[in-house]
Structures are given as structure tokens and as C-alpha cells.
Design a protein. Sequence first.
Length: 241
Amino acid sequence: MKLLLINANTTHAITDRLVAVARAIAPPGVTIQGTTARFGARYIASRATAAIAEHATLDAFAEHGGDADAVLIACYGDPALDALRELATVPVLGLADACAREASRLGARFGVVSGGGAWKPMLEEFHQRRGHADRLSGIRTITPTGGDIARDPDAAIASLAQTCNDCVTLDGADAVILGGAGLVGLAARLAPLVPVPVLCSVETGLRAAFAALGTTPGLPDTRHHPVETLGLEPALARRLG
């Protein structure tokens, strides 16, 4: 069985880190392929870059998803999740949606901590659209973006720990999601400093994707119908046409 990880950012080092984490926890017989967005931002940190990442995610799937048994959009915020489910015939999961579902099983309410202030309204809207708003205690962000944190995680630990604890003491969270591919690996360091479970979005998303391998995805609200396109990469144009 093969899992395709799509990094919707254009930073190859993050893809390499995601693949290493996936291979370390993958069940026997599961192979991992990682792919990095061909175009777009080094790290998504605004609505404009998130919009570009949706196109890049579809492009990456069209190029590399032909033999995948499941797909994980390994970018918190799940760019193009529903659009990709229109195109794919295998399970497609996103970090944020998978984490919200897991956190809801752990307690009544969950909080999200991420890097970059622009993510707060974007993630609030995401959880509202996906039906998780009633379980969400709040979104809290720290100033460095996920890309900044990935480059210097030690500098962010104290701020992340304080923000996670604010989710608990001020917002009433029963679990906290550490959201963002650039924050992979930090949940284990923060867990002793926070009195509720701290979920790594990457590890949680991976486990959900592994569980989905070999299953038949539920039908989305709509399926893609062939359309004529102009100017797209050949692989994506074929998928859409």
C-alpha cells in the first residue's frame, strides 16, 4: 500500500522531514512518497498563498497520485481537500480535519495553536465550514510563522508552551492541536508542559491516513465532470479533462 504526502509549501526540507516521520511510524508494508508543491510560497502564511497552494496541491496529485492508495495533504489548513476528493478515487485526508476529529474524541473541546497571525481567522473559518466549530475552544497563534519555527524550533518552545496553556486556562480546551507541518516533532516536547493532551498535527494526520489505506472513500457532495482547460500542466489538464 502506498501513501502520498503532498506538501503544499515549496520547502523541500519540510517534505523530507514529513517523509522521515511517516516512515518511522508507518505500518509494515506501507510505502511513503512525498512530493513538494511545484510553485507557490515557501511556507503558507496568508490567504493569497493559501489560494495558490490549492492549485499546487491539485497539480502535485495529478503528477504523482496515479498509484497512491491514499493521499494526505500534509499542510495544516488542508488546501484543496474537497476539490481533491472530487478528483480522487482513493481516500484523501487533511491534517486539520483529521486532527479536529481526533481531538473531539479526546475531550469536549479542543484548541489550536499555530504560527503566524494570519492563520487565526483562516482556521476559524475552516473549522466552521467543516462542522467542527462547536467543539473548537479557540485558535491561538504566535508571531513566528510555521516556516520560522521550522528553522529555529528552540526559539519558539517557550512561546508555544505559554500559548498552549492559554488554550487550557483561558479557553477551556480539553486537548490542544499543534497545527502546522513546520511544527512537526514539537508536540512531544510540549506535552510535559501542558496539562492536557497535545496533538502533533502531522503524526495525527498520518495515523488517520494509515487507517484509511485500503478503504473506499465516501462519495463527495459532487464529482468532477470533464471540462476544457487552458494553460495547465499536462498532468492536471488530463485529470480535469
